[in-house]
Ligand binder design. Structure first.
Ligand SMILES: NC(=O)c1ccc[n+]([C@@H]2O[C@H](COP(=O)([O-])OP(=O)(O)OC[C@H]3O[C@@H](n4cnc5c(N)ncnc54)[C@H](O)[C@@H]3O)[C@@H](O)[C@H]2O)c1
Length: 343
């Protein structure tokens, strides 16, 4: 199977490509390279070969780019809430319109399987109850709104010859050479390693579901190889029920792995966005799927890498590991225009 992977140079993509190659799939990548300045560590056992990659914007993809591919995994978006809020118009252009245009190109190119990485952030503010795929969505940001719109449009395209699969990932964590320190566990680990102190500005009571980046890759791989009737048009929350944590529990898990790290909890905040997610469906209905890592595993892996590369405050703060910082830098230095195309 030859898989067209967009966003292959991103946090998930950089782990996914070798993951698929190791399992005997071929990968053709696409990425415009917004974060190409950032590469945290090398491990050639994990990345024996780099996939051939088109250096192209998602919005300029044509059906001919996908010729010879059997499936698409679509990761390339402005991919978190702060990024989306920063420029909602461009977010809609890339994340919604770009994604749907890619799906049309895939269908035109005769590609039957389209795996879309959605997000549990579509559930938005909640009361802390467990939410499954039938729960009402309640997107709070341009990023989450686009996820809902793309899911809707992909499902309307599902048919005998086109099987879209929507994976609503929990917040990812764990090592990737294309590291991100703007997601909760990775950020807490870097803070713990570089300052030995996690000072929370709130009481950390909200619930957050988290998932290891390798388990996201497992869900994507299983979605690619499953029989069409098991996955076509389906939405799956990606994670495991036991990996719903209160933010303060995550801080404590992190502190326990970094000797000498202190945690202080702040006062209750007005921010009561909180949701727990049920991951029953993916375990029941996606053939062969299981999660293999807990938050504690990921924290330990990150500590080992930080020790090996002598992680410093400068590396932690480096713009290319924090998406908003990097895009603001590229815009501020005139390398990207206002629509986020390279000049
Ligand atoms: N990381 C998470 O916690 C998480 C959770 C849920 C869902 N997701 C989703 O998974 C996908 C991948 O996430 P990630 O964390 O790897 O993101 P990322 O930001 O690290 O990577 C995205 C990649 O896409 C590329 N890209 C962005 N816009 C592009 C465009 N217009 N044309 C071509 N390339 C473009 C970027 O250069 C980058 O390499 C995203 O859709 C994201 O919303 C991620």
């Amino acid at each position: 199977m030859r898989v067209f992977v967009t966003g292959v140079h991103g946090y998930i993509g950089a782990v996914l490509a070798p993951y698929l190659l190791e399992r005997g799939l071929e990968v053709l990548g696409l990425d415009t390279g917004y974060y190409r300045d950032g590469w945290l560590y090398s491990d050639n056992r994990q990345l024996p070969v780099s996939p051939l990659t088109l250096n192209k914007d998602l919005r300029r993809v044509e059906a001919s780019d996908l010729a010879g591919c059997d499936a698409v995994v679509h990761l390339a978006e402005l991919s978190n809430d702060p990024l989306g809020q920063n420029n909602p118009a461009v977010t809609h252009q890339i994340n919604h319109q770009g994604s749907v245009a890619l799906a049309r190109c895939a269908r035109q190119a005769g590609i039957g399987r389209f795996v879309y990485t959605s997000s549990c952030s579509v559930y938005g503010a909640g009361s802390g109850d467990f939410l499954d795929e039938q729960a009402e969505v309640n997107p709070q940001t341009a990023y989450a709104e686009c996820k809902v719109l793309v899911e809707r449009d992909l499902r309307s395209m599902a048919g005998a010859d086109f099987a879209p699969v929507m994976l609503r990932n929990a917040t990812a964590f764990g090592p990737s050479p294309r590291m991100r320190f703007d997601i909760v566990i990775n950020d807490l680990c870097a803070l713990a390693f570089t300052t030995r102190r996690i000072a929370m500005t709130s009481d950390g009571s909200p619930w957050r579901p988290v998932v290891h980046v390798h388990d996201i890759c497992e869900a994507i791989h299983r979605s690619l190889v499953a029989p069409a009737q098991a996955v076509a048009g389906k939405i799956f929350n990606v994670g495991q029920n036991s990996e719903n944590y209160r933010v303060r529990e995550l801080a404590q898990i992190v502190a326990a792995e970094f000797p000498g790290c202190e945690v202080s909890i702040g006062p209750p905040s007005g921010d009561n966005r909180s949701y727990r997610v049920s991951f029953d469906r993916i375990h029941r209905e996606l053939p062969g799927f299981a999660c293999h890592f807990t938050a504690r595993d990921g924290v330990r892996q990150l500590r080992e890498i930080f020790e090996r590369i002598q992680m410093s405050p400068e590396i932690y703060r480096f713009r290319a590991f924090t998406r908003l910082k990097q895009l603001q830098y590229l815009l501020g230095t005139g390398q990207l225009d206002e629509a986020f195309y390279w000049r």
